[in-house]
Design a protein around this ligand. Sequence first.
Ligand SMILES: [Zn+2]
Length: 330
Amino acid sequence: METSACDNSCDYGKPGVFRGSVRFENPTLAEYRWPLCEVQGLKPGPRLCVSAGVHVNEVSAIEAAVRLQHLFNPETICGSVSIIPLINQPALYRYSEYVCPVDGKNINHTFPGRKDGTFSEALCDAIVNEWCVGADCYVDMHGGDLREQVSKFVLYQKTNDHEVEEQARQLAMCFDAEIVLGLPRSFLDKPGRPPTAFARHKRIALMSEAGSNGILNEKAIFFHVEGVLNIARTLGIIDTPASSFQHARVLCDEYLWVYCPTDGEFHAEVEPGYRVEKGQRLGTLRSFFGEILAEINAPADGFLLWRITHPSIPKGEPVLAVAVAEPTQP
Ligand SMILES: [Zn+2]
């Protein structure tokens, strides 16, 4: 990692607030620089890495990454907090939905990436093996692309290592979420989100989700900011009291995507965050004459995680997702 500091910055790695940019070692990434704010405390302690803007329209998460930079005081914190507010630099000002325009890949489904891969793969590798090296936790904040509304939820990865899984779940519970979703262990075999890639090496990453439609929303920003602050409290970076929780933080362990069965205009009947029952109608697809072409029904009992908000959806595209609650313990 090669850093360069702004005028009002301390030197990188020294106690204080570093503001500047970072260039990663991989030549595939050489044309880009990433904005970086790193608050290094006077006292040693844990390291927390936080990012947003893997999806550049998920603006409440990006704004949370900006506000968080001003909430850590190097005089009082233990350890460091490192923040990259916009990961998908090639998509900046291009408003690309989901993908990185250089290679058309969804960075969020490409972790851990590869050094010798495409731009997105090289970037994921740099995040995992350069920027987040030594991090006790990495939080990647998301929520609501241009045509999407999400519930307030957080993802962690279930693993065969009980201790790592418990710690990841405990940190996930730091967010005042409607749903706390542990990704199934079967995900560990494939490229995926940061929580999955990190868990393979007994490291912890989380994803927080809140927001919608590329619009700044104070409640969504607050959700991300407070969740990250609570993680910093739990890790021992800051010692202010934890915030109280308003939402149920229902523990879920299945993430079911529902795909559009036909071209049509989607009219939703249930909003994200609500409980749904298996077979319940969640919306309809209609023709341009108003005829009902198909119903979208809940694939299982659970909670609506997110849904597409733009009515026009072609056959085969995801239209919504449902999270299934863990079986209750006897
Ligand atoms: Zn996203």
